[in-house]
Design a protein around this ligand. Structure first.
Ligand code: DAH
Length: 341
């Protein structure tokens, strides 16, 4: 047989070869890939071919070599995959857990608070954490050199002019009234800072949500009903609330709001210090001076405001007993909120 015909026949054989298992694959390797196989012989023979034909035959032979190698690789991969799915994988093993991230508990609480108030028609507003004296104190009716300023230990960034880290989210009340005219109905979540020693119950930064509702004829009954609705939505429909008279420079009258203790249902336990009640925030009717400071006429408009601690609410919701857990980024703590909403 002419050498070129022999090559064509082998090419066909290579193309149509089917390996039904490792033995066939090995047979293919010995015949077509190994140097001692047919191709080795043909390369030997090529040396005796007359120079005129050598180029064409040599090319055909090289093509054959390449397709044999490609076919071999293809068949080896196919049998390797087959082998894996049949022998190497134990389909009865439990799957490797695929850990996805989850939201921080404070983020979960913030989202829940927003959802409840949004349904009452409150917008979400934000303001700066680095603030001046006017928005954090003076516009909120804290008199100059008045001890009320010391209720909140302030981190100052500079003195004269006073620039500070906001001590509460009440600054956003002022910022909002500067840019919108009443009626306004908004909640303002955010981070606040106080110069406090860090412990299980206090931290130098934490989160609050401020609320502000200003319109014609807004009264204390509206404040109570709004916060009562919030407490029941947040903590369950059997939750009771109570208001205790208090003092804040920016509200008059002012009240602190308690909810019935979720843990002991009012019977008395360490969380509520045996009183049956836990404080969740401050509230009151916006002081006329605050309205005047924002160019709102207190004869025409009245309103209520409130401020609650997001950490406090989260601790009650999930029965967490140490504030520091929120900022330590301990994955064992954070992962516990994977399936919580
Ligand atoms: N700003 C107060 C605080 O940080 C909380 C507060 C009390 C906010 C009464 C209010 C309010 O809007 O009316 O302690």
């Amino acid at each position: 047989m002419e050498m070129i015909d022999q090559i064509t026949a082998l090419q066909k054989e290579v193309e149509s070869f089917k390996a039904n298992g490792p033995q066939d694959l090995e047979a293919f390797r010995l015949r077509f890939v190994s140097r001692k196989g047919v191709l080795g012989e043909l390369f030997e023979k090529l040396k005796q071919i007359p120079p005129a034909e050598k180029k064409a035959v040599g090319k055909a032979l090289n093509d054959l070599k390449q397709s044999a190698e490609a076919r071999f690789r293809e068949m080896s991969e196919a049998t390797a995959v087959e082998k894996k799915t049949t022998d190497d994988i134990d389909l009865t093993l439990p799957p490797v857990p695929n850990r996805i991230g989850n939201l921080h508990p404070l983020t979960l609480t913030r989202a829940r608070i927003i959802k409840i108030f949004e349904r009452l028609g409150f917008n979400v507003e934000e303001g700066p954490e680095i603030e001046d004296d006017w928005h954090n104190f003076s516009a909120l009716n804290f008199p100059e050199n008045h001890p009320a300023r010391e209720m909140q230990d302030t981190f100052f960034i500079s003195k004269n002019p006073d620039i500070l880290l906001r001590t509460h989210t009440s600054n956003v009340q002022i910022r909002l009234l500067e840019r919108t005219k009443p009626p306004v109905r908004a909640i303002m979540p955010g981070r606040v800072y106080r110069n406090e020693a860090i412990s299980a119950r206090a931290h130098c930064f934490f989160h609050q949500v401020e609320g502000l509702y200003i319109d014609r004829n807004v009264g204390f009954a509206d404040l109570k009903q709004t916060l009562y609705h919030f407490a029941r939505e947040m903590f369950g429909k059997d939750t009771k609330i109570r208001f205790r008279p208090s003092f804040f420079p920016f509200t008059e009258p002012s009240a602190e709001m308690d909810i019935s203790c979720l843990i002991c249902k009012g019977a008395g336990c360490p969380v509520c210090k045996r009183t049956g009640w836990v404080e969740i925030g401050g509230s009151g009717m916006v002081h006329p001076n605050v309205l005047r400071n924002c160019n709102v006429d207190p004869e025409e408009f009245t309103g209520f405001a409130f401020g609650m601690g997001i950490e406090r609410i989260t601790m009650l919701r999930y029965q967490i007993n140490d504030l520091r857990l929120f900022s330590e980024n301990d994955i064992r703590f954070l992962r516990q909120f994977q399936s919580v909403s």
